[in-house]
Design a binder for this molecule. Structure first.
Ligand SMILES: Nc1ncnc2c1ncn2[C@@H]1O[C@H](COP(=O)(O)OP(=O)(O)O)[C@@H](O)[C@H]1O
Ligand SMILES: [Mg+2]
Length: 334
C-alpha cells in the first residue's frame, strides 16, 4: 500500500535522508507529486532519472530513500546490476532467452510480478558497465513503458519510477575532486566554491553524450549530477549513521550515549572528501559497532545500565564505560 503524501512531506523526508543533494531531491519530489496526482502519461514510466557524479554521494541511497517514503520499506527496490550485462549475449537475460536458446529455462531478470505494484522503484545500477545493446532495450521501456519477455509476457513499467545510476568519468571526477580538496581549509578558501562542481557537471554531461545515444538521453525526464560531499555534510551523515547504530543496539536492549569526543574521533577516522560517505560508514562499523559488540559480549550490560562511548586517542580506538542509568534518565535518540 502506498501512502498518499504531500510534496512537502516527501521533500522533508528525502532531505533528511539524503544530505546535501537538494537538486536531486527536488527532481524526485517533482516526479512523485505528479505521479500521486495521477496525471502522468499512462504509456510511460512514472518518472525516469539518470544519476551521475562522484562516488559515495547518495545516488543508490536516494533510490532506497524513495522506496522508504513511498512504501515504508527501503528494501522495496528492484535492483538491476548492469555489470551482469557486460557482453552483448548477456543482454537477453533481462527479458529471458527465447525457446531453444541457452538459458531459455531461466526466468527473465525482472519477473512481471516484481513490478506490478503501484510506485515500484526500479534501479539500474552502473549503467555504463552494460553492453550498449542494453540501452536499446531500455529505450523501448522508456518510450512505451513496456517490454516483452522472450516468452511474450508483458513487463509493464508504467507504474514504476526508473532510476539509472552511472559512474561515467569516475577517474576524471576523482581528479577534479582531488584538486578541490587542495583548496579546503587550512589552505586558501575556494574563491569560487561551485567551480569544481560545475567542472564535474561538464565532464559528466560530455561523457554522457559520448556513452549513450541521443534518443536515449532525450527520453530521460531528469539527468542529475550529484554534488561532492563537504565536511559539514559528512558531519550530518555521521549523525545519521550513529542514530541508526544506536537504534540497532537499543533494539538488542543496549542503551548507548555517544560523546562528542567519540564523534570527533569517528569523523577524523572516516571523513574522506574524495570517496564520499563510504569510508565514514566503514569507520563506524570498524571502530564503533564491532568493538562495542565485543565489549558488550565480554562485560554484559543490564537494562539498568548505559554504555558511554568515549575516545581513546592514545590507543587509536574508542573506549566504553558502563554507567548506571540514572533515575528518570531517558536515553534520547537525537
Ligand atoms: N548525501 C548523502 N546523504 C546521506 N547518506 C549518504 C549520502 N551519500 C552517501 N550516503 C551513505 O553512504 C553510503 C554509500 O552511498 P551510495 O548512495 O551507495 O553512493 P553512490 O552515490 O556511489 O551510489 C550509503 O550507505 C548512504 O547511506
Ligand atoms: Mg551506487
Amino acid at each position: 500500500m502506498v501512502r498518499m503524501l504531500k510534496a512537502e512531506e516527501i521533500r522533508e523526508f528525502l532531505r533528511r535522508e539524503i544530505i546535501g543533494q537538494d537538486e536531486a531531491v527536488e527532481a524526485v519530489v517533482r516526479a512523485v507529486t505528479v505521479a500521486m496526482l495521477g496525471v502522468t502519461d499512462p504509456k510511460h514510466p512514472l518518472g525516469t532519472f539518470l544519476f551521475m557524479g562522484p562516488t559515495g554521494t547518495g545516488k543508490s541511497a536516494m533510490a532506497r530513500a524513495l522506496a522508504k517514503v513511498l512504501h515504508g520499506d527501503e528494501d522495496k527496490v528492484v535492483v538491476v546490476n548492469c555489470t551482469e550485462f557486460k557482453h552483448s549475449h548477456e543482454v537477453s537475460k533481462l527479458i529471458g532467452a527465447p525457446p531453444g536458446y541457452v538459458g531459455h529455462d531461466q526466468p527473465p531478470f525482472i519477473p512481471p510480478e516484481k513490478i506490478q505494484d503501484r510506485f515500484t522503484v526500479v534501479v539500474f545500477e552502473e549503467l555504463e558497465k552494460a553492453h550498449p545493446t542494453l540501452c536499446d532495450l531500455l529505450l523501448q521501456m522508456l518510450e512505451n513503458g513496456e517490454l516483452y519477455t522472450a516468452k511474450g509476457e508483458k513487463l509493464d513499467f508504467t507504474k514504476c519510477f526508473i532510476i539509472m545510476t552511472s559512474n561515467v568519468s569516475a577517474r576524471e571526477i576523482d581528479d577534479i575532486t582531488k584538486e578541490a580538496i587542495g583548496f579546503q581549509p587550512p589552505n586558501p578558501p575556494e574563491e569560487d566554491p561551485d567551480k569544481f562542481d560545475r567542472h564535474i557537471r561538464q565532464v559528466c554531461m560530455q561523457a554522457l553524450e559520448r556513452s549513450f545515444r541521443p534518443e536515449f538521453i532525450n527520453r530521460l525526464d531528469e539527468i542529475i549530477v550529484f554534488r561532492r560531499l563537504k565536511m559539514d555534510h559528512l558531519q550530518k551523515i555521521l549523525d545519521k549513521f550513529l542514530l541508526d547504530t544506536r537504534a540497532r543496539f537499543a533494539i538488542a536492549g543496549i542503551g548507548t550515549v555517544i560523546t562528542d569526543e567519540a564523534k570527533a574521533f569517528l569523523l577524523q577516522k572516516g571523513a574522506n572528501l574524495r570517496y564520499g560517505a563510504r569510508p565514514l560508514k566503514r569507520a563506524v562499523r570498524q571502530y564503533l559497532e564491532y568493538s562495542l559488540a565485543q565489549f558488550v559480549m565480554h562485560h554484559g550490560v543490564s537494562e539498568r545500565e548505559v554504555v558511554y562511548v568515549l575516545a581513546d586517542p592514545s590507543n587509536d580506538t574508542l573506549r566504553f564505560e558502563v554507567r548506571p542509568l540514572k533515575k528518570g534518565e531517558l536515553i534520547v535518540m537525537n
